[in-house]
Structures are given as structure tokens and as C-alpha cells.
Ligand binder design. Sequence first.
Ligand code: NAI
Length: 342
Amino acid sequence: MSVSTTPVISLIRGDGIGPEISEAVVKMLDAAGAKLSYEELPAGEGALRLHQDPLPEITIQSISKNKVALKGPLSTPKGSGFRSVNVALRQHFDLYANVRPALSFPGVPSRYKDVDIVTVRENTEDIYAGIEHFVGPGRSAAESIAVITRFGSERIVRYAFEYARRHKRKKVSIIHKANILKMSNGLFLEVAKAVASEYPDIQHDDVIVDAACMKLVLFPERFDVIVTMNLFGDILSDLIAGLVGGLGVSPGANLGEKAAIFEAVHGSAPDIAGMGIANPTALALAAEMMLHHLGQSEAAGRLRRGILTGLADERLRTKDLGGQANTKTFTDGVCAAIGHGG
Ligand code: NAI
């Protein structure tokens, strides 16, 4: 993408801790010299209150036009109420690839020191396709249907192998449950193996999801890139976030041909909303991914070096990482580090 004009970013500050971490990340982006302008948009609980719609048309229109969004977390009521705005955005813009890197950062307390795993999660199909209904009298049962297509499987697996090649990664692990879900997951595995055979330069293996969970916890260093379907990708990427210090340091990108939406893996954290103690790192790392996507790699490098300096400094560490600092202290520290060249 060209860097000659200033790109306009659709900025959704989000619910819960969303406004606090978005403000912090916009400050860090400014400090890193990112050339961006922002169009602020409503979505989630806040939009429901103001516009009677958790995903107003104005937000859809802005993302269609700008093609790049930075999004704070959005709350979704459990069981009843509106459907997930995150899922709706992914489906509306066909953001089929959810890329979630997890890396052990120096200074971030975690059980492991050498984790470097990128999860590539299919983002539009599977049990999240939205086909759900009650069956039988008096809601005595309910069904959710998992849809896996040859087309969807092929494009996500190809994305994972292309990603591996582009980022000089060595191996792609295909995660599935084809031993039990012989048709849906069997189709995914069959397609994945066929795509893998086109990439002789990248090693691959396939691992059943339950065994993958055990191996990830025992030997995370054996994993490199993971490709999987929507539900397993959702769960595994949180597990993997736990290997590197938690959700506070885990970013994600939702990518497709029509748009790209960058966000933290975590949710709106209502338990700490408004307290000024949220860790903005995950959204800041997502913003770094966004800068690379926009071709602003120098600003991305400055932002990353600032974040790494912040994470390595015990005095700047937020509560979720075992420290005492608040959002503002961490953000000011990162911005100062960027100002001093990281
Ligand atoms: P959550 O990720 O919001 O919180 C889980 C735990 O992690 C909480 O104790 C929270 O305080 C902590 N935490 C999360 N992010 C943090 C941060 N940046 N700094 C410090 N601590 C942090 O998950 P939960 O509670 O299950 O979901 C809350 C809401 O968020 C729900 O409505 C859910 O649907 C929504 N959600 C939205 C997502 C998105 O917008 N992409 C993703 C996941 C959940």
C-alpha cells in the first residue's frame, strides 16, 4: 500500500477498557510518527445506547471506504441479546484470516521463555457461521451447525503457508478433530494436506486438537505457525496467549480482500473498566501490525521498540503482568522510550 497519502483509519474505541487502551495506543502511534488520520466510529454497547444499533451503518460504510480499522474490544451479551458485533464484522467484510502472533517478551512474566507461535484461524465458518436453533418442545434441545467448506479451508490454509513463506517460518501445524468429525474436519484436513504438498519448502504436520493442547503446554517451542478452523482457533489462541503472559500482550488481525481490522485478542474486561489499569500492549501490538499492513514499517519498528522497552521496565509493568503501573504510566513510558529511540 502507498505511504504517500495519509491513510484514514476507522477507529472504534470499543466498550469496557476499550476507550482507555485506544487513547493510549493513539498516543503511542503519534509518538512513533505514524502518518494516520482517524475517523471515529460507534460500535458495541455504546452504539446500542446512542444509535439503537450495536453495528450502525455509518461504521460499516467507513470501514468499506477506508479498508483499515483499529478496533477496541466490544462486549457481547451471553446467551441472549444482540449477536457478536465482532463476528458480524468478520462475516460482513469476509475477513477470513485471523492472525494472532504470540511471542515471549523479555521482562513479561510467563511460564516459558521461548514461545514464538502464530495462530492463523479461519474466521468466517465453522460453528460460528450463525446457524443455531432450538429443537423440540419447550426448548428441550438446541443445535448449532458447523459449516466447513472446501473453498474456506483452502484459502485459510493457503494463507497460512504463504504467511510462513513471507515471514521465513519453518513449519505449519494443521490442527483438527478429523478422527471424530470425519466429514467437516475430515474435509478441512484433506484440503489442508493437498495445499501443504504445494509448499515443499515449509514443513508441516497435523495434530488432533486435544493432543495439540497438551503438546502446546508441554513443548510450546515445537510449534511455529498453526492453522485451524474457527472454534479451535478461538480457544487455542487464548491458550497460547497464556503461554506468553496472557491476553494483555496478544494482538490479532482480521484480514480479507475487502478490509483489515486490527484488534487485541482480549475482550472489554468489564471487571477493570474505568479503573485506568488496563494493559494497552495487545492493542498497541495490533497497531504495529496495522502499520506494517499500511507499509509504514519504520514507524512500526519505532512503536515495537518502544513497547519492548516498556515491557522490559519493571516500573512500567501493569497489574496483569504482576506490576503496579497503570495505563498512563506505561503509555508515557513507551512514548518516552520511542522519543529516545526505543
Ligand atoms: P476479557 O478478555 O475481557 O477478560 C478476561 C480477563 O482478562 C479479565 O480478568 C480482564 O480483566 C483481563 N484482561 C483482559 N484484557 C486486559 C488488559 N488489556 N489489561 C489487563 N487485564 C485484561 O474476557 P471476558 O471477560 O470473557 O469478556 C468480556 C467481554 O468482552 C464479553 O462481552 C466478550 O464477549 C467480549 N469479548 C470481545 C472480544 C473482542 O472484541 N474481540 C474478544 C473477547 C471477548
